[in-house]
Design a protein around this ligand. Structure first.
Ligand code: ATP
Ligand code: MG
Length: 390
């Protein structure tokens, strides 16, 4: 962690050498003080975006209108953001426009929770205007300032409180919680994309169950598409993936494939949810074959589904250890690994391509995965001669 923070020092020193102030802020400071892994190190500075671009040789204007310039000079990329406060809040959402300010304090006070409103200077001294260090010690998530106002300004912060509750396994401080109970309905105004980002992190945290209990207690989930249909809300005891979670809801018929569309996920994510739904379907059917399951869906999804079942304390016979060894022993991992292709089969049988070819390849594939046929050209063609009637 320390070495990761130290990589940011040359950037801070360069900004200071140009007469600006600069600090490490946000999640990196929080995680450093908690001694847990840091994701990315964000730097905040009095320098305006144009000035940051002038000072450093290699920059990318990743979010220049919000004050963020990515600086590549240190070898690893750092996001450098000008001290700012939010513009006017409309519709309970974070505003698009920001106002640049010259004071670190103002920048820290616009942040969501005290534990996220800490800064470190280049000597690793902590700057704390909100009692964030004290709250870190007491494992508390407390809104900066008046929680009602802060949730009214940006309703996503309520879900972020739950996210940090799960990720850090902290408690939400009382007045912050009371404000959430009162304002939960405002989450309606938040774009589903932003909600999903937080919800995914919540599910992957240390204590998703506690965080989702908070969502239930405050009724927050009842104002979120798809989650509003889950009665009761599934409460996993340990970290799970979003895909395994919604896959299980699909399997349980609590939601439909059309509902998944409302989450505005990528095609890849939607497929993973549907596949996960099918994996549960197979796991709970009497006649599935472990090898075929692992071959068709891949090890990762199956492992994630097993983790979800374990998190819900639902028992199945397949264990992670079995998954490892069964997957390792699969003689092919994908269709491209088969020792013959369509062309070889067409030539061997002197036939034109057609739907027969696809189904023949599927049969060969299944025989190989099941270990009934060896994956070499000679054996495969012999099997074809014995099994295909022309
Ligand atoms: P992670 O390690 O998961 O990235 P993080 O604390 O860096 O955690 P981000 O979502 O990356 O979380 O946000 C970075 C920082 O920006 C936060 O620590 C917080 O200070 C501030 N922030 C982010 N979103 C909001 C918001 N909606 N309202 C106020 N401040 C916010
Ligand atoms: Mg971050």
């Amino acid at each position: 962690n320390l070495s990761k923070l130290k990589e940011a020092l040359p950037i801070i020193e360069t900004l200071e050498a140009h007469g600006h102030t600069a600090f490490i802020v946000g999640g990196a400071v929080r995680n450093y003080l908690l001694d847990i892994p840091i994701n990315d190190v964000d730097i905040t500075t009095s320098a305006l975006p144009d000035e940051v671009e002038q000072i450093f040789a290699r920059t990318v204007p990743v979010g220049k209108e919000h004050g963020t310039i990515m600086v590549l000079d240190a070898g690893v990329p750092f996001e450098v953001t000008t001290y700012r406060i939010d513009g006017e809040y409309k519709d309970f959402r974070r505003p698009d426009d920001v106002i640049f300010v010259s004071d670190l304090k103002e920048d820290l006070l616009r942040r969501d929770f005290t534990i996220n409103a800490l800064a470190l200077d280049r000597d690793f001294r902590v700057i704390d205007y909100t009692g964030g260090q004290n709250d870190l010690q007491h494992h508390l998530i407390r809104a900066v300032g008046n929680p009602y106002t802060r949730f009214y300004e940006d309703a996503l912060r309520m879900l972020r409180a739950c996210r940090f509750q799960s990720v850090l396994d902290f408690q939400i401080e009382n007045s912050t919680m009371t404000a959430m109970n009162r304002h939960s309905e405002l989450i309606r105004h938040i774009a589903i994309e932003r909600i999903i980002l937080e919800f995914r992190k919540l599910l992957q945290g240390k204590n998703p169950k506690a965080a989702m209990k908070t969502m239930e207690d405050s009724a927050l989930h009842t104002y979120i598409p798809v989650l509003d249909q889950l009665t009761p809300l599934l409460l996993p005891e340990k970290d799970v993936t979003l895909e395994a979670y919604f896959g299980f809801c699909l399997y349980k018929r609590m939601i439909t494939v059309q509902d998944i569309v409302k989450l505005k996920l990528s095609n890849h994510e939607v497929k993973a949810i549907k596949d996960s739904g099918n994996i549960y379907e197979e796991l709970f059917s009497a006649q599935y074959t472990e090898r075929l399951l692992l071959y068709y869906y891949g090890k990762k999804l199956v492992v994630n589904c097993l983790q979800l079942l374990a998190a819900l304390q639902i028992e199945v016979s397949l264990t992670n250890q079995q998954v490892d060894s069964i997957y390792r022993e699969l003689t092919i991992k994908e269709r491209a690994d088969i020792a013959v292709d369509g062309y070889v089969l067409m030539t061997h049988l002197s036939r034109q391509g057609g739907s027969w070819l696809k189904s023949l390849l599927s049969s060969i594939e299944e025989q190989i995965v099941l270990g009934k046929l060896l994956n070499n050209k000679e054996d495969i063609l012999k099997w074809v001669d014995n099994n295909v009637k022309i």
